[in-house]
Design a protein around this ligand. Structure first.
Ligand SMILES: Nc1ncnc2c1ncn2[C@@H]1O[C@H](COP(=O)(O)OP(=O)(O)OP(=O)(O)O)[C@@H](O)[C@H]1O
Length: 252
């Protein structure tokens, strides 16, 4: 699906990722976790071809990502970045932006594009707000609208950077169950989450990062049992009798 091979990447200020290799499994939910500043967003941007690595290679469906043209790659993977503008447009117009990689030069929507937009709004549960200005929506409603845009883009893989940050707990659960539903329908989901318990609960695979390197790529169960999360974050992980994960400060 997406393979990162010996990736080194960073910014003017210096190297962030050092020799990171990771294969994102198709049809699964993979979550990147790691302390602030360890390089999660940078890794997501490299995988989404938004940042060119200084060494290493990104393979998308077995082909070097740099061989794709921009529109072709946009039909393969969509990225929902962490910080986004809130443009003065309706929900429907935002979602329609997801169709741009499919349109001709005139950018005229065909009936099948309109159909995809309608289906995406329905799947993300935003059709009732289709005519609303994005700026008038709550954080959770807006998040759904951006997910609808990614769905309209109709990619096999959706990358999301902290899709639940700033949302109340109930809405966080809603967004995560929406992503789980989309995964059950075949989408490959790759995301960054800060809530460790939620990451373990909803993911098939966890990529644990520390200081620009991949520490481990394992199932939630393996990761929890290894004690690596406790060490990297300085916390202590527990499971209650219902099997739910939770974390407390290490010294308690
Ligand atoms: N556009 C940029 N220009 C220069 N340095 C950057 C840029 N974006 C990120 N960095 C630096 O790269 C490092 C890794 O940042 P990154 O956003 O990938 O980490 P992160 O793990 O996603 O962090 P967080 O959990 O805080 O969101 C940080 O030291 C950050 O300051």
């Amino acid at each position: 699906m997406i393979e990162l091979k010996h990736i080194t990447a960073g910014y003017q200020g210096g190297v962030v990722l050092r020799d990171v290799s990771l294969t994102i499994p198709a049809g699964r939910i993979t979550t990147l976790i790691g302390p602030n500043g360890c390089g999660k967003t940078t890794l997501l941007r490299v995988a989404a071809r938004q940042l060119t690595p200084s060494a290493g290679q990104v393979l998308a469906a077995g082909r070097p990502a740099e061989d794709y043209d921009r529109r072709e790659f946009a039909r393969f993977a969509s990225l929902m970045p962490q910080v986004r503008d809130v443009p003065a447009i309706t929900v429907e117009s935002l979602v329609a932006h997801g169709r741009f990689p499919y349109l001709g030069l005139s950018r005229r929507m065909r009936p099948e594009d309109r159909q995809k937009v309608a289906e995406a709004m329905q799947a993300a549960g935003v059709e009732q707000w289709h005519g609303r200005d994005l700026r008038e929506l709550s954080g959770g409603e807006r998040q759904r609208a951006y997910i609808a845009m990614a769905l309209a883009q109709d990619t096999r893989i959706i990358l999301l950077d902290e899709p639940t940050t700033y949302l109340d707990l109930g809405v966080q659960f809603e967004i995560l169950s929406l992503l789980q539903r989309l995964n059950e329908q075949g989408k490959t989901i790759v995301m960054v989450l800060h809530d460790l318990a939620q990451a373990l609960r909803v993911s098939h695979h966890i990529a644990l990062m520390e200081a620009g390197q991949l520490v481990a790529f394992e199932t939630p169960e393996q990761m929890f049992r290894s004690g690596r999360i406790d060490r990297v974050f300085g916390v202590r992980g527990h499971r209650d009798e219902a099997g739910e994960y939770y974390f407390t400060p290490a010294h308690k």
